[in-house]
Design a protein around this ligand. Structure first.
Ligand SMILES: Nc1ncnc2c1ncn2[C@@H]1O[C@H](COP(=O)(O)OP(=O)(O)OP(=O)(O)O)[C@@H](O)[C@H]1O
Length: 456
């Protein structure tokens, strides 16, 4: 949107400057034309201008609505980009890359289709404009021809006549044209240089990321051999002497942490604000690299393996069904409607049955932005309904129920444990301890303490 406004301001400035100078240019050249050709010259040029404008208006008719459509689609496409950028972490936790890629791609394709149509229509418009310009050059000779053949310049020699024609028709129009083209070209050149620079930066960053990914292969040991799968009960999340630091400032949050989380042994991570609780989850999800030590996760990330629920879940666009099954939309079975009962049950378990009537049904398209309309508590309940629907083996909950009351939180956690999920939770409330077997308490200066809350 900001870019659109900027572009509009630029167009308006150039338009305003042209509007201000055009009357003087027109007056001056009409006067010059009238001197050499009489009243016929300016009148025929103005007549030609009126005809040309009418033709131009006809050709411009279909271009304007298409241009408006293109602006809208461009806005939608940029909005989607911003939406992904703002919610990048939540989407990465949800392993929603494929869904978001498909949705963004869809918007890009419809934008490109509109742009193609626009280019086709603009071709006709520019053909019309160029023809108008070309015939305008001929007209300038015709206007000077009338006084010459009617005998006004009979007293001039051939060379003087030639000079007059050149002066009135060729030099003035051609030079003005040349100068305006050069000015247009230089502003285009500036735009191209700016875009090239920006794209160059993007390519550099992308190459750096690819190189970093090649350098660090998480599935391999330091000596290059693949990791061994853990035996039953060995641990699904293994942190071995791990030190976690913030990416840029390199401030150490957790020092030398060794920890194993196995099936049926839920872990609660607690500690003061900013102590690094969420950062441990970022490390587990592979979003942050560790400064030292090794992290192994022996179950696939995604809806049926490890599912992450952040404090504020990413609610993409779509119907209520799409919200609950997120991020499964693109691989949802054709017999999806058979699933209604399961979705409704998930909503019921998370206390959101009322949403069905509010939206007018599971598949009713809504014209609101989910994250703006739902309250923080409702957003968290909706995230839990995803969890109940997807039923992963492991659920990583980062203060996922912080906006709910203690009772509501306990109810949701009970459902999770009844479904047999192993939980890794970040939370502040003591009441959460009863749903976990281990507690990792983070202290200041990278210190930590691990204690058993109850037997598995
Ligand atoms: N992308 C980042 N770059 C630099 N520093 C960061 C980044 N993300 C978080 N931090 C910093 O790392 C520290 C730990 O952040 P983290 O989110 O892990 O805290 P937390 O223990 O989960 O806190 P809270 O209880 O408030 O959620 C904070 O001081 C935070 O400002």
């Amino acid at each position: 949107m900001t870019q659109d406004v900027e572009r509009l301001c630029r167009e308006l400035t150039s338009f305003a400057s042209k509007i201000l100078t055009t009357p003087f240019t027109l007056g001056y050249y009409s006067y010059q034309c009238a001197i050499s050709t009489g009243w016929m010259g300016p009148v025929s040029i103005f007549g030609y201008f009126v005809v040309g404008s009418l033709v131009n208006k006809l050709l411009m008719g279909p271009v304007i609505p298409r241009l408006v459509e293109q602006e809208k689609l461009e806005g939608d496409f940029r909005f989607k980009h911003v939406q992904i950028r703002v919610n990048a972490e939540a989407a990465a936790f949800a392993r929603a890359g494929c869904v978001e890629y498909a949705r963004t791609e869809r918007r890009l394709k419809s934008l490109i289709a509109t742009q193609k149509e626009l280019i086709y229509q603009e071709l006709w418009l520019s053909l019309g404009t160029n023809t108008f310009d070309y015939l305008g050059g001929i007209l300038s000779y015709m206007t000077i021809a009338i006084p010459i053949f009617s005998g006004v310049y009979n007293d001039l020699s051939a060379s003087e006549l030639s000079e007059l024609i050149s002066k009135n028709a060729f030099v003035s129009i051609y030079l003005v044209n040349c100068f305006s083209q050069i000015i247009d070209l230089s502003s285009n050149l500036c735009d191209v240089a700016g875009y090239t620079h920006r794209i160059g930066e993007l390519v550099e960053v992308m190459m750096k990321i690819v190189q970093e990914d090649k350098d660090v292969s998480p599935a391999e040991e330091e000596d290059g051999s693949p990791q061994e799968k853990p035996q039953n009960g060995d641990g699904v999340f293994i942190l071995d002497n791990v030190t976690v630091s913030t990416p840029v400032s390199e401030c150490t949050l957790v020092r030398d942490l060794s920890l194993r989380v196995s099936k049926g042994n839920s872990l609660l991570i607690s500690g003061e604000t900013g102590s690094g609780k969420s950062s441990i989850l970022r490390v587990l999800a592979g979003l942050w690299k560790t400064k030292q030590g090794r992290v192994s996760v022996h179950t696939p990330f995604g809806p049926h393996g490890v599912l992450f629920l952040p404090q504020k879940s990413f609610l993409s666009d779509g119907s209520l069904r799409e919200q609950v099954i997120y991020p499964l939309k693109e691989i949802y079975p054709k017999s999806g409607r058979m699933d209604d009962e399961r979705i409704l049950k998930s909503l019921d378990m998370s206390g959101l049955t009322s949403l069905v009537s509010r939206t007018g049904g599971l598949d009713q398209a809504v014209n609101w932005n989910w994250s703006e309309v739902l309250s923080p508590g409702e957003i968290q309940r909706l995230a839990f309904s995803r969890l109940f629907y997807l039923q992963p083996k492991y659920a990583v909950l980062d203060e996922a129920s912080s906006a709910l009351s203690e009772d509501a939180e306990a109810e949701l956690y009970s459902h999770c444990t009844q479904m047999g999920m192993t939980l890794i939770s970040v939370g502040h409330r003591r009441s959460l301890q009863e749903f976990h077997h281990l507690e990792l308490r983070l202290g200041p200066g990278g210190q930590w303490e691990l204690r058993r809350l109850r037997k598995s």
